[in-house]
Design a protein around this ligand. Sequence first.
Ligand code: NAD
Length: 325
Amino acid sequence: MLKVGLVGAGGIGGVHAQAMAAIRGARLVGVADARVEAAHKLGEQFGVSHYSSLEELVQAENPDIIDICLPTDLHQEFVVRAAELGKHVFCEKPMARSPEEAQQMVEACRQAGVKLMIGHVLRFSPEYRTAKQLVDEGRLGRVGTVRLIREGTAPGWSSWFGDKRRSGGVLLDLAIHDMDWLRWTFGEAERVYAKMASVEQGLPGDHGFVSIRMKSGVIAHVTGSWAQADGFRTFLEIAGTGGVATFDSANIHSIRTTLRGEGHPQHSAESPLSSNAYANELQHFIDCVEAGTEPLVNGEDAAKSLQLALAAIRSAESGQVVTFV
Ligand SMILES: NC(=O)c1ccc[n+]([C@@H]2O[C@H](COP(=O)([O-])OP(=O)(O)OC[C@H]3O[C@@H](n4cnc5c(N)ncnc54)[C@H](O)[C@@H]3O)[C@@H](O)[C@H]2O)c1
């Protein structure tokens, strides 16, 4: 049974602690947070001890894995510290604030001989996995266009989200989910052009529109928004020579496909995967640590999604197309 120490008892830390209760082969052994009362509350909820720092947690519990659920600008520092303590590391997305930080994280884990996975959770969501499978199996034919939307109210529970130097704003914090899924499904991007409602804007009205040409020729458009007042919604549409697939979290929790030659739409069967994408991603990492295999989203891979999101931000700021070589 592997032991997991959680660092960061905020919004997503609570989701991870809950998800860990459902996974096999590992258990939560302690929670650390600079806000000791937050660590205490979460630790008490899940019957484990609480600590005020990563080092205290490691000293007392000797976990095999550190799960980092801290503000984005702290990811690099804490991943490096955990790796230097000889711990495998799961770290929330976005990986970091810059490609240099991402490179340092990869290098520290390589040198320590520990595994690193970044929490690009759409790769573990039943709907987004099914959508990729439709593409991979060729059921939509040759794909031409993809539309992706992720929108909701601003994450008002912590002030650091509103500081673009810390969170990167809506494109880095939210739209990166869809950009990572795009890369996973269609390969690398060739060029990107983005427009924000206002490049200076932080919370609550951050709203961005990103147009991406993939090297495969697929044209994608990603909307990320913290400007919607009526709850969280995600949308996906893939159109190919063989038909169209759509998923809208506001309507139904299955993918709807309309294939050429088959008159009416079909709803994909339930995925055998658990619907808790957070439990699925953590289970995958536990299985990789146990088996000594490479995680589906390793540091090098997640660093490319980071580069795509940063390119979108650069484009929005400069008004220019950013081209990848
Ligand atoms: N995968 C997803 O769907 C998803 C969803 C939400 C957030 N996230 C990501 O997870 C990360 C955390 O987001 P959140 O919403 O949980 O933020 P949050 O502000 O709710 O929680 C962060 C926690 O870190 C603690 N903290 C800050 N500095 C610390 C330090 N030096 N040492 C120890 N603890 C410290 C804070 O006290 C707080 O409890 C971000 O990178 C965010 O982008 C991912």
